[in-house]
Structure formats: C-alpha cells, structure tokens
Design a protein around this ligand. Structure first.
Ligand code: HEM
Length: 510
C-alpha cells in the first residue's frame, strides 16, 4: 500500500517503462519480446528496473552486481520462489519439488539429498557415464552418416540424437536407468512438450498476471487444457512409478548403496541443524524425480545441440581442441584435463544460455540498492528476475561481448573478476579500482545464490566429454548457432527458454 508499518512512505519502485497500455501494462511487450524488452528498457532506465504487468510487479536485475546484491548478499530474503500458473501447481504438486518449494527446511532436505549425489565433491564418479554417453552419440552419428551415404546430417535428426543422449544421461543420474528403450524416452519427451505447450497458451500466460482470468474469463477453455495436462502428468507418473518402485521397496535398507537421486531422496540423512529429518513421502519423491529429469533433459539437450552447432562453424577451434584432446595420454581424459574445452563451454553458456531469465521471489519487505546505492522498494512476494540477455553482454566484463570468443575464459584467476563483483570508479591508489578493467572469469547461466543449479558440474563434465569425443572422431563442417527460437515456458516456469534452430552438419571421419 506504499506505506511502511510506522506510517512513513515506502521507497519508490525502481524506474519503469512509460507509455504502456493501461490494462495489460507491459504484457504485450514482454509476451512478444521476453528478455529483449527488459534489456531495451534497462538501456534507457538503468540496470535496475521494475515492470508492472496486470496486478504483478516484477523487479528485473540487468547487471551482475545487482544479482550479487539480491540473490547472494540478501539471499536470506530472496531465496523463495512463486508458483505462477495451473501447470506449475499441477506439475510440482503445489510446490513440492526442489525448484518450486518455498525457502524452508523441506527444501533444504531435498537440496542436501541431491548434493550428495551430484555435488562438486561427488560428480567425478559419473565421468564413466558421460564418456559412455558421448560414445553413444558418436556411434549414432556414424549410423546416420552411413545410412545417408556420408551426406550431412540435418538439424532435426541431429536434435533427435542429442535428445536421446540427454534423456538417457538424465535418467541414469536421477533414477539409475541406463539404456532405457528409445520409445519410452520419446514418450517422456513428448509428454513434456505437450505440457509445455499448454503452459505457453495465451490464457495461461495472462493468468500469471491477472488472477481473475484464471477463475472466470476463459474458464472452460482452461478446464479443457487442464484436463489434458492432468492426463499427461498421469502418464509420466506411471512411467516413473515403475522405475522408482524397487527403490521404495528397499527403503530403509542400510546395506543398499545410495547412487542415484531417487535413492538419496528416499533416505534423507540427519544433519547438524536437522538431526531428525522427516522423510519425504513416495509421492513427493516421484514428483521431484520427474521435475529434475525434465529440467536436466531439456537444458542438457539444448546446451549440447547449441555447442555442436557452434563448434561446427569454427574449424580452427576444432583443430586446437583436437590437439588438446590428443595431448592427454594413457587415460580417457575429463574436463579437468581440457582447459580449452572448458573455456568453450563457458563461452557457449555466456553467449547462448538455455535460460536467459530465471526468477527468485522475496519473502521479506526490504530495499534494494541500485548501482549508485539508491534504495528501491521490494515487497514480500515481489518476483525478482535475473536478465542474462543484459548481464552476459555487459562490455565492462566481456570485451567485444557480441563476438564468440572462448579464449576470453582462459584468463588467470588473479587477472580477472567475477561477473558478480562490483566495478568501482575510485582512483588509482585504491586497490579496488584494479577491478575496473579486468575481464570476468565466469557467467550466470546456472544461477546464483542459494537457488543455484545443482547440476552445473554434471552438465559441464557431460558437455566436455561429448565435445572431446566428437572432435576426436570427426571434423565438423556447416552448422549454424545464430538463429534462435524462444519458448514461452520452461519446465514449469513462465520465464521461458531459448533453443538454437541449427543447420545441417557434415561429420567427416578423422
Ligand atoms: C546446461 C544445463 C543446465 C542449465 C543451463 C541449468 C540452469 C539452471 C538454472 C538457471 C537454475 C535456476 C538457478 C537460480 O534460480 O538461481 C537451475 C536450477 C536447478 N538445476 Fe539446473 N541447469 C542445467 C542442468 C541441470 C542438471 C543436469 C541438473 C540435475 C541433474 C540440474 C538440477 C537443478 C536443480 C536441482 C535446480 C534447482 C535449485 C533450487 O531451486 O533449489 N540442472 N538450473
């Protein structure tokens, strides 16, 4: 209501775009142009902006230091999430999954259980899986090639191969399924596509912002859509229930080694702050497994497809990577051995992240300081969005940001800063001013703060294994990573995702 508890006026909202139509405010612009609309407004109004759509006010962070301020320094305030529409409610069982759960002990338990499977200290045990998957992709490409007499592989076929590898890898980590039959994997990805399409429907999108629409305007249409969504969800549940049943039957058996996220979620371990944790119900476990699998699948396949398309268009880089891979002798090699592949992955994540926006929600009324330390209003429930379309192209951190250049990430730790670090304009004898011209050594494609992606290490190692294997086996020619397609929903968040359209690639055996 614009007043603090003591009756004094609240600080203003951060600057907003003007001249927006009254009823929908910024809806049309955001629906059509998504993150690009935020980037353009930020150029005009400054890195911290606020946008009102319908009844919803959102605050958008367009610089790394604002993400540091909001998602990291003030993480106690801003690590909640909001569930925005019927599909999200349905698919997360009203916020029971790690992605959607409120910032409470229930969420902490799930995070810990996932961390002991795929956290940085544990992830190396999956390197064998990643190189086996990379080999499978290479074989799939060989097979496609020979069935086409060596002609290039078109984007659609390549995408199907990449989808299968991404799904297979995700299922192995999440439910311990390896070599799942392709028909089942296709079924899962088809269900996922259909649910996403329902969520991207215009009335669902409006409903995020104007509650009354959910209940009246196109109630019947929404009901029909919801019934379809429920049917799709039930089909998914059936598949996952079958996989999870053996683990559920073994629940509590201390002699079984915990190797997958499914097993770990079924055995929440005590910790210092949570000595007697409540265990999750089987339903809660399964709804998490579906959500994690689909997030992992979509992002891995999207990142891998983009990376292959990009690599194909860079012949010189391929030769440098080939030399790097060959220089590792007497062992398989992993991301730890390949700095240039690591730099390529970082640059791909910076230049073309699968998710250009993600959001946290504040659960406390507080102020946020803009770049000049001026305070602006955040309410309990305000959705706060990180806009990578602005942050990842900030030329203060990434020289010539619109050029794809993996070498920028070969910079030494001491000669670089984090994208989260603030630039200071103070003069030379202040050490901090050194920051001013140092490049960033990182990116925010995996998020920041307490809600950060738990699959970052797994993803990087998987992508590295695949790049190494492909470059070792083939010279890639063709490809196009420049044309993008934006989707309006993303397992199950309204902030969307971006895919690479791609072009045919010729794989020439080395
Ligand atoms: C290239 C691949 C991937 C990308 C780009 C990606 C990106 C993201 C992003 C942007 C977030 C939200 C971060 C935030 O709000 O600050 C997230 C959350 C998460 N990701 Fe990923 N992800 C990827 C792969 C994976 C994989 C393979 C897994 C697991 C197998 C995974 C598990 C998670 C989990 C559990 C969270 C939720 C954290 C929470 O809300 O507490 N991700 N991811």
């Amino acid at each position: 209501d614009g007043k603090n508890q003591d009756g004094t006026p609240k600080n203003p909202w951060a600057p907003s775009p003007s001249n927006q139509p009254y009823i929908w405010n910024a809806y049309d612009e955001v629906a059509e142009r998504q993150y690009r609309a935020f980037t353009d407004w930020a150029k005009e109004l400054g890195a911290l902006i606020s946008v009102k759509i319908g009844q919803k006010r959102m605050v958008v962070l367009n610089s790394g230091s604002l993400v540091q301020e909001s998602f990291v320094r003030l993480e106690q305030n801003n690590s909640a999430r909001s569930i925005r529409d019927g599909v999200e409610v349905l698919m997360t069982d009203s916020g029971k999954t790690v992605f959607a759960a409120p910032f409470e002990i229930y969420w902490v338990r799930i995070r810990r259980a996932i961390a002991i499977i795929i956290g940085a200290a544990y992830i190396a045990k999956f390197d064998g899986l990643f190189s086996a998957q990379a080999a499978k992709l290479s074989q799939g490409i060989q097979f496609e090639k020979s069935s086409k007499n060596g002609k290039p592989i078109d984007a659609e076929h390549l995408r199907q191969l990449v989808n299968l590898i991404a799904m297979d890898t995700s299922l192995a980590i999440v439910v311990g399924q390896t070599n799942t039959d392709p028909a089942t994997m296709l079924l899962i990805s088809e269900k996922c596509r259909e649910i996403e399409a329902i969520q991207a429907n215009k009335w669902y999108q409006y409903g995020h912002f104007i509650n009354i629409i959910q209940s009246t305007y196109s109630f019947l249409a929404l009901m029909r859509k919801s019934l379809t969504a429920i049917a799709q969800r039930n089909d998914l549940l059936e598949v996952f229930l079958e996989w999870t049943s053996p683990f559920i039957a073994n629940r509590g058996d201390q002699t079984v080694e915990v190797r997958t996220i499914a097993e770990s979620l079924l055995t929440i371990l005590p910790s210092k702050n949570d000595p007697e944790p409540a265990q999750l119900t089987a339903d809660q476990v399964i709804v998490n497994l579906i959500h994690i699998t689909l997030h992992s699948y979509k992002n891995l396949s999207s990142a891998l497809f983009t990376l292959i398309q990009r690599l194909a268009s860079l012949p010189e880089l391929q030769e440098r990577i080939y030399a790097e891979v060959l220089s590792v002798k007497d062992k398989e090699g992993t991301l730890d051995d390949w700095p240039l592949i690591g730099a390529l992955i970082n640059e791909s994540m910076r230049f073309e992240p699968p998710m250009r926006m993600y959001s946290h929600t504040s659960r406390v009324e507080h102020d946020i300081l803009d770049g000049e330390d001026k305070p602006f209003r955040i309410d309990d429930g305000t959705e706060i969005i990180a806009n990578l379309d602005a942050i990842h192209f900030d030329e203060q951190y990434y020289a010539e940001p619109h050029t794809f250049n993996p070498d920028r990430f070969l910079v030494k730790e001491k000669k670089s800063v984090s994208i989260l670090d603030k630039r200071t304009e103070r003069n030379d004898d202040n050490k901090k001013s050194k920051n001013k011209f140092m490049p960033a050594r990182d990116h925010l494609a995996f998020g920041a703060g307490r809600r950060k992606c738990q699959g970052a290490k797994a993803s990087e190692r998987m992508l590295a294994a695949t790049v190494a294997r492909l470059v070792k086996s083939y010279k890639l020619e063709g490809g196009d990573a420049n044309v993008k397609v934006d989707y309006h929903s993303n397992i199950w968040s309204w902030t969307g995702r971006t895919e690479t359209k791609g072009d045919e690639i010729k794989f020439i055996s080395r």
